[in-house]
Design a protein around this ligand. Structure first.
Ligand code: HEC
Length: 292
């Protein structure tokens, strides 16, 4: 049997209901994904609203001149963890207010090697970041059998924290250039995160893109329309995900990311509409078409 000559209009009512509900869900999924992109990326360039600069920041990195009143949020994995509400805050609190103040001050001011072992940075009498980490963190974060030996700050529980180890999670994703007007360099998302989103997307999107595409090939649309519209969403997915990686090195691929998102949305939407129309309104065509 050639499934491409199957006609959706001939499906039983239960099959039509099943397919329609599936399309409803993947359609809603698409809108949820778009909303998610909006909320995840809109602040990437430190300004509200989703623009090409947000894509540039996320996938390539962005140099930006900021006005004095613009607030630059310096962030790093360690800062997120030790801020109030962060997972590691409970380990910092036993050190008391001065310990939290000292570590966060160091992190928020660039987490530099120069200041790592300096005491009294935020307030005279405060410990250095190095001392705070030694007292509160390396019991678990050490390379020799600590609970968190894969994110070590020291060789073992009795040695002193080493800057290079700490820097792996403490280096902020925003660099503030000291000279001239305030220019900042905003780093793109980390490689680890890019691998993670690539793997999550590459294993899911093609599956429902394929299902919708196959259903589309069963509609009454002409074979030329099918030839053009059929593979387009899948091509857009390839161009999109590929460009996430290429844009790290060649900035112009930012435009490919934006364009392939638009192409995917338009062609995927069209396919869904064609399927619904063909299934519920199409002719049943008593004689199965013999030629493709
Ligand atoms: C009792 C053990 C323990 C102590 C003490 C501890 N941590 Fe952790 N830390 C963990 C565990 C377990 C994880 C991973 C799970 C999680 O995120 O909750 C972790 C995760 C982290 C991460 C995230 C690593 C990553 O790559 O995502 C950072 C950063 C971190 N800790 C910093 C600190 C700092 C700074 C201190 C000291 C103020 C500290 N930790 C104290 C056990 C500890």
């Amino acid at each position: 049997m050639n499934w491409e000559t199957m006609r959706l209009a001939r499906l039983s009512l239960s099959a039509k209901a099943l397919v329609s509900l599936f399309l409803l869900l993947v359609g809603l999924g698409y809108f949820a994904a778009t909303a998610n992109i909006y909320f995840q990326h809109q602040d990437a360039d430190l300004e509200p609203g989703l623009t090409l600069d947000d894509l540039k920041r996320s996938f390539h990195g962005l140099e930006k001149e900021i006005t004095p009143e613009a607030k630059v949020t310096v962030n790093s994995t360690m800062l997120e963890q030790v801020r109030p509400g962060g997972d590691m805050r409970e380990h910092l609190d036993p050190g008391g207010e001065p310990a939290a103040r000292a570590l966060i001050f160091w992190l928020e001011n660039g987490a530099t090697e120069e200041d790592f072992a300096k005491s009294g940075l935020a307030q005279t009498g405060d410990l250095s970041a190095k001392e705070v980490i030694a007292a509160q963190c390396i019991e678990c974060h050490n390379a020799d059998g600590g609970d968190m030996e894969d994110v070590p700050f020291a060789a073992d529980a009795d040695s002193v924290p080493e800057f290079t180890l700490v820097a792996a999670v403490a280096t902020p994703d925003v660099t503030i250039h000291e000279s001239g007007p305030r220019r900042v360099t905003l780093a793109p998302i980390g490689l680890k995160k890019l691998v993670h989103v690539t793997h999550a997307h590459i294993l899911s999107i093609p599956v429902f893109t394929l299902i919708v595409g196959v259903l589309f090939l069963m509609t009454g649309c002409g074979s030329t329309v099918k030839l053009i519209l059929g593979p387009l969403p899948m091509l857009a997915v390839i161009a999109d995900i590929g460009s996430w990686w290429l844009a790290r090195f060649y900035e112009p691929f930012i435009y490919v990311i934006a364009a392939s998102g638009a192409v995917f949305g338009a062609t995927y939407g069209l396919q869904i509409l064609c399927i619904l129309a063909s299934m519920w309104l199409g002719r049943k065509g008593d004689q199965p078409a013999s030629a493709g």
